[in-house]
Design a protein around this ligand. Structure first.
Ligand SMILES: [Zn+2]
Length: 150
């Protein structure tokens, strides 16, 4: 353990577990579209018709392969949020202080994307937001730097 701190008798510690794994076909296509086209894609379940974002190769509710790719966003609606007071940066995500963690239902999607919202001191459920893409993109979910009020 390193960088542990104690505050009012509470030890604040973290565990960093860095590893590599294959993204798979659906996640690869999703991330490459973020990087190269600044587009956000979901996949539709042929059984329940939900559009899943990020794109998935199968529907976790119906256990069937998704078959159709649907472009969603870049605008959406905040469905939940929490201020970020501190977030360790074990993997080069950048410093998200000043941002709020949020669940965002992108226009055209039936599931919420976990991400960050910024450029507002007063996030709220129902806030309309739009994706802000990073200047430098690498095929990572943070190729969307954050979402800002639309
Ligand atoms: Zn389904």
């Amino acid at each position: 353990m390193n960088n542990d701190t104690m505050n009012n008798g509470v030890i604040i510690a973290g565990v960093n577990l860095l590893f590599n794994y294959a993204a798979g076909e659906a996640a690869s296509r999703f991330l490459i579209a973020l990087r190269d086209e600044k587009k956000i894609w979901g996949t539709r379940c042929p059984s329940c018709q939900r559009v899943l974002v990020p794109a998935r190769s199968f529907c976790p509710r119906c256990f069937v392969d998704t078959t159709e790719w649907i472009e969603v966003g870049p605008t959406g609606t905040v469905s939940a949020f929490a201020p970020v007071f501190h977030l360790a940066d074990p993997s080069g995500f950048g410093n998200p202080k000043g941002l709020s963690a949020a669940l965002i239902r992108l226009d055209g999607a039936d599931t919420a994307l976990a991400h960050f919202i910024g450029e507002t001191d007063a996030p709220q459920i129902g806030l309309r937001v739009v994706a802000v893409f990073a200047e430098s993109r690498s095929g990572h979910i943070l190729d969307i730097a954050y979402f800002k009020p639309a």
